[in-house]
Design a protein around this ligand. Structure first.
Ligand code: HEM
Length: 405
């Protein structure tokens, strides 16, 4: 294969870096800038050198091609971060075939659209209960989105509902440890704290072994000939964290987008039947997962560029979902958008296992909220984005509103 790399540098004067506060507040001008250089950019925008993908077609080609594989973000070569590495190494999201297929198959029955449908009444009831508990103001993240999404995944797994507040901290720590731009000090801290999370699940797994219940952990224990103890532990942790963190972000980002687009807010309020389509647009417009990574297991040509064996590829989903080659007026929020083939849940063999559940939760949360409160106003001074690489994640979304009934 001939090498054909058009190497251009990001303008040194450009006001953003992928780790700056300005980037986390609004990454889209940066993505536009990067895409204007090319849909595939090779460089060191983060700590690691690699290819940064902002083009939709290029991202799709990479995600469809199983020669692009997954591996854990922590360096394999170091003996450090032993607990973290062990946990990550046993997660399906970082596994390749055949282990990936085996692990995914074991839990996939719990996340079918039919199973998600089963949770609809519980989601609506919980959303209503949470809104009953607030009067005229709330932080959407901690008063609504987090208690709702964490309750659902805790129910599925069989984690006691009252313990879910413990996971908020553990989950953020774990997410910080997959953010490879973090310092070693932070990684060490994460590694030490994660022991508590591991211990929690070891105790819970032991309890379910002695007294099985009708939950996912008990079901996985029954499959012990197909899943190792370490894989069982990692699967529980993956599901707990993947199962609530991004859904919290989807619900909060959707409300943020609606507040910033009063015309779309009105349209949705007047036409609740648009909720399903609106959620697809929120997924595209403010994608909760902003970046996923792969590495090339051999030299692979993508759009006339050779990605060499071993090279890392960062797919910027938040940019890909606003590629003007794919979406008309991509920077416009349009809750009636048709043919919205966004990649917010990824694509291919690692396509999000919880997509049906996440969609259902967001649809019901937004539908209930639109029905119960009105005159939403953002307390902009208190708004806070997390500087978490790879995620579009609000720390706080304080709003005021009028209760309707
Ligand atoms: C995988 C996004 C909710 C479980 C993924 C991937 C993305 C994603 C982009 C692909 C990762 C990759 O290819 O490297 C989201 C978003 C969510 C969401 C945006 C919410 C809005 C959920 C929920 C669960 C879940 C509710 C519940 C259990 C998983 C699992 C994987 C995954 C287990 C790994 C699948 C595999 O490797 O085969 N998710 N997710 N996610 N997601 Fe989600």
């Amino acid at each position: 294969m001939t090498k054909h790399i058009t190497q251009k540098r990001v303008d040194a004067k450009q006001p953003f870096s992928l780790t700056s506060a300005a980037f986390f507040e609004n990454p889209y001008p940066f993505y536009d800038h990067l895409r204007s250089i090319g849909p595939l950019y090779k460089g060191s925008l983060l700590k690691n050198r690699g290819w940064y993908v902002t083009g939709y077609e290029e991202a799709l080609a990479i995600l469809k091609d199983t020669r692009f594989q997954n591996r854990i973000p922590l360096p394999q070569t170091t003996k450090k971060y032993e607990f973290l590495k062990n946990i990550q190494n046993n997660m399906m999201v970082y596994k390749n075939q055949p282990d990936h297929k085996r692990l995914r198959f074991l839990v996939s029955k719990a996340f079918t659209p039919k199973m998600a449908e089963k949770y609809r009444p519980c989601i609506v009831e919980t959303a209503n209960d949470l809104l009953n508990g607030v009067q005229n103001k709330m932080d959407v993240v901690s008063d609504f989105a987090f208690p709702l999404a964490s309750l659902v995944i805790a129910k599925i797994l069989g984690v006691p509902a009252e313990d879910r507040y413990l996971f908020r901290e553990w989950s953020i720590i774990l997410l910080q440890t997959i953010d490879f731009t973090r310092s070693r000090k932070e990684l060490h801290k994460g590694n030490d704290k994660i022991i508590k999370l591991i211990d929690y699940f070891r105790v819970l797994i032991k309890k379910r072994k002695q007294n099985p219940r009708n939950d996912l952990i008990s079901m996985l224990i029954k499959e012990e000939d197909k899943v190792s103890e370490e894989e069982l532990l990692s699967t529980c942790i993956l599901l707990l964290i993947a199962g609530h963190e991004t859904t919290v972000n989807l619900i909060s980002n959707s409300i943020f987008a609606l507040i910033n687009h009063p015309d779309q807010f009105r349209k949705l309020k007047e036409n609740p039947s648009l909720t399903e389509r609106a959620v697809e647009e929120f997924l595209r417009f403010e994608s909760p997962t902003q970046m996923i990574a792969r590495y090339a297991s051999e030299d692979i040509e993508i759009n006339k560029n050779i990605i060499e064996k071993g090279e890392q590829v960062y797919i910027l989903l938040g940019a890909v979902n606003r590629d003007p080659q794919k979406f008309i007026a991509p920077n416009r929020l349009d809750i009636t958008r048709k043919s919205n083939y966004h990649l917010a849940f990824g694509h291919g063999v690692h396509f999000c296992l919880g997509a049906s559940l996440a969609r259902m939760e967001a649809q019901m949360a937004i539908h209930t909220l639109m029905h119960r409160i009105t005159d939403l106003q953002l307390d902009a001074a208190e708004l806070q984005w997390r500087n978490l690489m790879g995620f579009r994640s609000l720390e706080k979304l304080p709003i005021t509103f009028q209760n309707m009934e």
